[in-house]
Unconditional design. Structure first.
Length: 214
């Protein structure tokens, strides 16, 4: 039962940043936008329910997430930069396998090099040493995007309470995180050692959302 609960929480956390990405810095979300990056219309099969959930999320964002983001922005720049760097570095453990699955071998090698350099010379990713040496960041990839590359359609668009907009395809892609596709999940949640545990994973996801929201 505890394992099932953890899996559900991880899948939901994997959707957490979507609301922050769409909300932007002012907390305003445009619900009418139902197109992906390729300008393909995504079906809003649950529009009436989505509008109610959307309004709820907007209120929650203004009460909780926006104040958190404002407080975060008041932290010294070195702390915010270090936090962003660590989060971006951890993101590579999901991006790299998806680079490979999408045939982006050059991006996979560059992201792997960034991960190694920043995790070592950059002290667990706090400092972006790789960029200093000219190894620039690549676009983030996930399993939902990989499914799209393989020709899987978006499916219906729906809005999750608190966690925001997603699609059937992206939700299915999130299952890969708990099926071994996310190395950070494997280290923290699946193995739950004395050095890293579930709390570390949840904290990293929460910080990632707040950092993006800020």
């Amino acid at each position: 039962m505890k394992k099932l609960f953890s899996i559900v929480i991880i899948i939901l956390f994997s959707q957490f940043q979507v609301l922050n990405a769409i909300a932007g810095s002012d907390g305003e979300v445009e619900i009418s936008s139902k197109k992906n990056n390729n300008q393909q219309v995504v079906k809003d099969c649950f529009e009436s329910v989505n509008r109610v959930t959307f309004a709820f999320n907007q209120g929650l964002d203004k009460i909780i997430f926006k104040p958190l983001a404002k407080g975060y922005r008041k932290l010294p720049q070195p702390i915010r930069s270090g936090t962003s760097n660590v989060i971006n570095n951890l993101g590579n453990v999901v991006t790299i396998p998806n680079n490979i699955l999408q045939g982006q071998m050059k991006d996979a090698s560059m992201n792997s090099l960034r991960l190694i350099i920043n995790s070592t010379l950059g002290i667990a990713g706090i400092f972006d040493v790789a960029s200093y040496y000219g190894i620039e960041k690549r676009d983030k990839e996930d399993y939902g995007q990989t499914l799209g590359t393989w020709g899987v359609g978006e499916g219906c668009y729906f809005i999750l309470p608190v966690l925001g907009p997603t699609t059937v395809r992206d939700s299915i892609g999130s299952l890969a995180n708990v099926a071994g596709g996310d190395a950070w999940y494997n280290v923290t949640v699946a193995n739950d050692t004395q050095y890293f545990n579930e709390a570390d994973y949840y904290l990293s996801q929460l910080l990632s959302g707040v950092d993006f929201r800020a």
